[in-house]
Design a protein around this ligand. Sequence first.
Ligand code: KIV
Length: 263
Amino acid sequence: MNVLDFYTKKQKGDKISMITCYDYTSARLLAETPVDCLLVGDSVAMTMHGYKDTLSATLEMMCFHTSAVSRGAGNKFIVGDMPFLSYRKSLSKNVTAAQVLMQAGAHAVKLECAAGNAKLVRHLTESGIPVMGHLGLTPQSVYALGGYKVQGKTQESAARLKEDALILQEAGCFAIVLECVPAPLAKTVTQQLSVPTIGIGAGPDTDGQVLVFQDLLGLNQDFKPKFVKAFVNGYEQLKQGIETYISAVKSGEFPQHEHCFEN
Ligand code: KIV
């Protein structure tokens, strides 16, 4: 998969699958699957570091995780999230932020919202950096949005979202994430764009879907929003494996002869 395949997939109606990935071991696992794209999302601050929101993700954190993912991801296409405010400074600082993320191993960067970002998106794409947009519920603005809420529910906000999607496409984004928007609105936005949309909580009619690794594996016990589907009960299965190991240690069943070194 490369950046051009995103367009081709949309044209062919071939759905794009994206999964977040934050570390080397998970990247190795995902590299063995047919997933189209890995996202080193700023959700890393929550899933891997235990912060309550994504505002705590720093550029250093994003580069650290992007670099680990890139060492395990084989030839998977990697998108790196530009963290909170890292792209809202001077053009020169914004470009440097994108540069270090790309040099850490990303093949594209993702940034949230359209307002005030079109010039940067154009500059980055003209500089050879593919940019993925992100509209709808943009978690870096959670305090401005008044919480984690479905976006685009009023006529006015739906019209703004459609306009923002066109602004990002026009600026050069190769794909746009639509997070937590009503399914009919996501369908309309998807139909009006030539670049693909990748939905999360945006219904079935986007050009692709993205889920957080821990959510799709059922590892997250405390956070289960409506749009998440756990495809395996990973929490229980891993817990069971760990408990089996502990009992084997206690009973002396582990280690056995084949696990030991002879003289
Ligand atoms: O950081 C992230 O996980 C994301 C996805 C929700 C799209 O941006």
